[in-house]
Design a binder for this molecule. Structure first.
Ligand SMILES: [Zn+2]
Length: 221
């Protein structure tokens, strides 16, 4: 009995050292109380803002609504075209805390975590794409990869959208998530032309396609 007990203890210790598999990682891996809404998922998408926090606005267009729409469309593409399992950090107009969003990705045992945002400026002519990393070692390569993918979006002049590159952002979600993670500021919601595209209902799908292409290709390397 004692030998068996020691053996089991050794196995558990090795698993802890290697990182527990997804099936054992929920709920609350990393000390948080977050759970994975789908049990587990290869990809966790975080629709930015929610509830009383609208994020950027352009007239009646609210960032919190558009990021949820984009996340749902991105999830559908990843599931149907790439065969990936996907969870969202919110499916309604709730507003999880920043760290909790990353902890949900941990609870899902996700391979990547993507926070979806739309940028804002007082200048309605400003429009570019950019991505951010939180912890350089785990995030920089993925953030750079996703910035390249978002750069495939078309801008107002019909060519590639301006690309502001990759930056650092000590965001609670990026810092809490243990896997490659990035915050994507896809385009500027406050831009006049972008607002027209969102009102026409076309920009949401274009952004979802760019996100899915980036995530799908990263995971099939
Ligand atoms: Zn935002």
């Amino acid at each position: 009995m004692r030998r068996v007990g020691t053996s089991v203890g050794t196995v558990l210790l090795v698993m802890l050292m290697l990182g527990a598999p997804a099936a054992l990682a929920k709920p609350g891996r990393g000390g948080g109380s977050a759970t994975c809404p789908t049990g587990s998922a290869a990809v966790v998408l975080d629709p930015g803002h929610g509830g009383g926090d609208t994020g950027a606005t352009n007239g009646d267009l609210l960032e919190k609504d558009l990021t949820l729409d984009i996340a749902n469309q991105t999830a559908a593409i990843l599931e149907n075209q790439y065969g990936l399992t996907v969870a969202l950090t919110r499916y309604d107009d709730s507003d999880p805390g920043n760290s909790e969003r990353g902890e949900i990705a941990n609870a899902c045992g996700a391979a990547v975590f993507v926070e979806i945002h739309l940028n804002g400026s007082a200048d309605p002519s400003v429009d570019f794409t950019q991505t951010f990393w939180g912890k350089k070692r785990k995030d920089l390569d993925f953030a750079t990869w996703m910035d390249g993918a978002m750069g495939n979006l078309t801008g107002e002049d019909g060519g590639p959208i301006a690309n502001n590159g990759v930056g650092q952002f000590a965001n609670g979600g990026l810092l809490a998530a243990t896997m490659p993670s990035t915050l994507v500021e896809a385009v500027f919601l406050t831009n006049t032309w972008e607002g027209e595209q969102f009102r026409a209902g076309t920009r949401q799908g274009e952004i979802a396609q760019a996100l899915a292409a980036g995530i799908g290709s990263w995971l099939s390397q």
